[in-house]
Design a protein around this ligand. Sequence first.
Ligand SMILES: *[C@@H]1O[C@H](CO)[C@@H](O)[C@H](O)[C@H]1NC(C)=O
Ligand SMILES: *[C@@H]1O[C@H](CO)[C@@H](O)[C@H](O)[C@H]1NC(C)=O
Length: 162
Amino acid sequence: MAAHAVVCLWALASLSAASAPDCKDLVKPFVPDDPKLVFGKWVYVMGAGDPEPYHKALESLRSSWIDVSPTSDSQTVTLRWGDHCFDRCIFGEVNATVSGLATTFRKNLSEHKGHILRTCSDCLLWTDTFRNGDVAGRFILQFSQDKWIPRMWTFSRSKLAV
Ligand SMILES: *[C@@H]1O[C@H](CO)[C@@H](O)[C@H](O)[C@H]1NC(C)=O
Ligand SMILES: *[C@@H]1O[C@H](CO)[C@@H](O)[C@H](O)[C@H]1NC(C)=O
């Protein structure tokens, strides 16, 4: 708790630096020149959520992936995901709307609005704010490209999805 307070104070003390020009690269949404760079399958590496129960949900993830694919409408992308958590595999699909820098989607009752931040060339760093009923929160999630995922895994996934 004490350490937490210190970290927060430190963050507050440096708030005035937030408008400094060198902060721009950290907060500026990343829009790839070629949208195809975002399409495909991404494997979840790590993330954080706020408030606490949403962070705990991430901690329970054993593995997770997302798959982003285009639709005939250039402003709509299909987001598919598979989560292994609480000893179950949960699959889902949603259509997300891309408008300017923001991407919005509704997953179950939770409304998300987020964007990509620049990170390493093979990674996807996603940040969003969401509202789920009375709760407002945020996520930051890092994904990595899945080129090295063995075919066997894909095979067992399709069996699990049945
Ligand atoms: C997403 O949109 C496509 C095409 O518009 C539609 O066929 C599909 O059913 C939609 N998926 C969901 C999960 O709403
Ligand atoms: C989706 O919403 C319904 C109704 O609130 C809830 O019962 C269910 O647990 C939710 N599912 C997930 C995966 O969050």
